[in-house]
Ligand binder design. Sequence first.
Ligand code: SF4
Length: 305
Amino acid sequence: MRYTFGPINSRRFGRSLGIDLSPGTKSCTFDCLYCELAPAKPTGKIPDPPPPEPILHEVRQQLARFRDLDVLTITANGEPTLYPYLDQLIEGLHQIKGKSQLLILSNASRIINPSLRASLAKLDMVKLSLDCATQRCFQRLDRPMKGIKIQSIIQGMERFRQEYRGMLIIEILVVQGINDKESEFRALNEALQRIRPDRVDIGTIDRPPAYRVAPVTYQRLFELSRSIHNLPLAILTRHTDQTASPITLTSQELLHLLAHRPLSQEDVHILLAPETRNLLQELVNQGRVWLEQRGKISFYRAKSS
Ligand code: SF4
């Protein structure tokens, strides 16, 4: 198989078949410090992009083989929105996908482009990256192609949210010493309040990065996540072993926390002490806290008092 990989089981999206639109060399508008691919100069083009037909043919074969796929994930050896036949491919995938949902993982560098937004709006789920909200941090961490401005990306995300009815997820990847500052998270919160995504995923480095950078602890991710208000936010990391002692809260504190910061089931398990988890269950039984589904992740929420 040349254009597809997996299926893999993803905590966030379920059972996923990956579709790679640039199986040759890495082609990306960024050169992120944490990239899992080898370092490479940013580019605005995929050299020799494959036409959609052989990709669709292969996806059809895989769909016949794996009948329990939750999502078909459009990705690339780099940035998938650089693929010049993206709209045609999405149309073709819609014809064959059956019950699976269509998802794209993008760095959002081209989201200011209206025709690209119109193509992405045809997808069931769109996951866009937003690691920084200030140009300085963006330049240091994501190392974009010359001329790409983080404020244009944020503006493009805002417009996309107004046009798009599907599930919009924004992902923040935190790197030690770069975007792990409260000030950066306050700027990110301002941007996210304007964008209003359905879910925010926040994580850190999990796999060997392209450059010498380090992850932050789960505890630090949690502290930083408290700057993001009133949006379902999932902390995604395998570094849970670094967590400090679980937190003990009263019912009032728990209600206050959940009103401002919905917690995923997984985060509840990692963060809260057993007696606080029992309290949470009581609040659910009383109807004062409820579970809300955002993609494959369920969040505990409460009304603000
Ligand atoms: S946007 Fe993704 S593919 Fe591109 S450099 Fe960053 S991590 Fe790598």
